[in-house]
Design a protein around this ligand. Structure first.
Ligand code: AMP
Ligand code: MG
Length: 407
């Protein structure tokens, strides 16, 4: 059986070849910078001018010729420069000028002395410390030159990237359209949240958590509802899902008599790249392709659905978004209480990461197994227990996978 990282590698390679092929639609849209958070840039953005565009003071103080502002020296203050003021006149010998943070230095000035290290008597400024050339300003062009690449295609736009786009004057950005993910839950027992469940029915929580995870990962969720565990209903609803870039199913992939997802998909022409992964929860997860749609069949137990989505669907979303797959952002932490698991499968246990005395520490949360979503609300990560570790004592260094939305 595949390890989870081998399974992820398959997702990455299959998604990449689908995205690279001519059949994958790759439409782009123009978004205003305020609407582009989380989208993937489809164009190269160049820097429009030098940054900073002028020698920019980083302090409130006095612009000087550094050689004239030694400790104990005095200079005549001949004016002030506020942020935004145009400065053209060079600084005259034997003078200084008051300057604000963000203002441009006058030509020939080569330092700013912080106001805290000066004494003012009328217009005469006394300097208390030695002054170094270059201090307290950022030289023109030192951050970037005009024409530099500010942002490259394939970059996912976070707040810093959007700030750079704004800085260089790109109010509109060409982005890839987000991939669309059909979400289809399955199960005769599953009823919509808006209906009153019978005594042995359960409400459809997976469609809700999956749609949220799709949005967090950068895709557009397309709800297809719930299919009964019957070939006819399954194939009708799968057909709807095959209109989208990715179809995510929950439930119906285990060994039960009515777990029909894989066989119905096969009868519709699907091929599968894996149909089990050596993890718990989530072992029966399947990944394949039907026509031009990638398909993930995730086990229906809600925590299994959540874990397998994060491990396997997220990289496919990245790639069909025009980005590269984000790496699994596992962190190291110290285990707070011992953990025992059976060998053979890599376990992903709902756990809580905290930082007592600024050191990452993790402990598992109490749970009743992969149906227990209430436990998940206590968890901000999954503790990764490797397949070959049965007993991990408290104090050991362990890996944790932060939840997509919490950390
Ligand atoms: P399955 O993978 O179909 O065998 O389902 C495993 C467990 O997950 C069963 O207890 C199901 O009732 C439950 N389950 C399946 N689908 C959903 C869903 N959409 N929402 C909540 N629980 C589900
Ligand atoms: Mg089922």
């Amino acid at each position: 059986m595949l390890t989870f990282s081998a399974a992820r590698d398959l997702v990455i390679s299959r998604s990449t070849s689908l995205f690279a092929s001519d059949i994958a639609p790759k439409p782009t849209i123009s978004l205003s910078v305020g609407d582009a958070l989380g989208c993937v840039l489809a164009e190269e953005i160049l820097t429009d001018r030098e940054y900073p565009p002028f020698n920019r003071s980083t302090r409130d103080g006095y612009a000087v010729h550094s050689a004239e502002a030694s400790a104990g020296a005095t200079l005549q203050c001949v004016g002030e420069i506020r942020a935004g003021d145009t400065v053209q006149e060079p600084l005259a010998q034997g003078t200084c000028v008051q300057i604000m943070t963000g203002a441009g230095l006058p030509p020939s000035a080569d330092a700013v002395v912080m106001i805290e290290f000066t004494h003012r008597d009328g217009d005469v400024i006394t300097f208390e410390r030695a002054t170094q050339p270059g201090q307290n300003f950022v030289p023109q062009g030192s951050e970037s030159a005009a024409g530099d690449v500010a942002l490259s295609p394939g970059l996912r736009l976070g707040f810093a990237e959007l700030a750079v786009a704004a800085q260089v004057g790109h109010a509109k950005l060409h982005c890839w359209k987000k991939p669309r993910l059909a979400i289809l839950s399955t199960g005769d027992e599953v009823v919509p949240t808006t209906e009153i469940p019978g005594p042995f029915h359960i409400r459809n929580s997976n469609s809700v958590s999956l749609a949220a995870q799709v949005q967090l990962a950068g895709g557009t969720p397309v709800p297809v509802g719930n299919a009964l565990d019957r070939p006819d209903d399954l194939s009708t609803k799968i057909e709807l899902g095959l209109r989208e870039d990715i179809l995510v199913l929950s439930g119906g992939v285990s060994m039960g008599k009515y777990d029909l997802v894989e066989s119905v998909l096969r009868s519709m022409g699907a091929e599968f790249y894996f149909d089990a992964v050596a993890i718990r929860p989530g072992k029966p997860a399947v990944f394949g392709r039907c026509r031009n749609t990638l398909i993930f069949g995730l086990p229906g137990n809600p925590v299994s659905t959540m874990v397998t989505f994060q491990l396997f669907v997220t990289p496919a979303i990245d790639i069909l978004s025009g980005a590269s797959a984000r790496p699994l952002n596992a962190l190291e932490a110290t285990l707070a209480a011992p953990v025992q698991e059976k060998p053979g499968l890599t376990h992903f246990l709902p756990a809580r990461l905290s930082w007592p005395e600024s050191r990452p520490q993790v402990r598992t949360v109490r749970w009743q197994g992969s149906g227990d979503i209430t436990a998940m609300t206590q968890a901000n990560c999954f503790l990764i227990v490797p397949a070959d570790r049965t007993d991990i004592p408290a104090g050991d260094r362990v890996s944790v996978l932060p939840r997509l939305d919490v950390l």
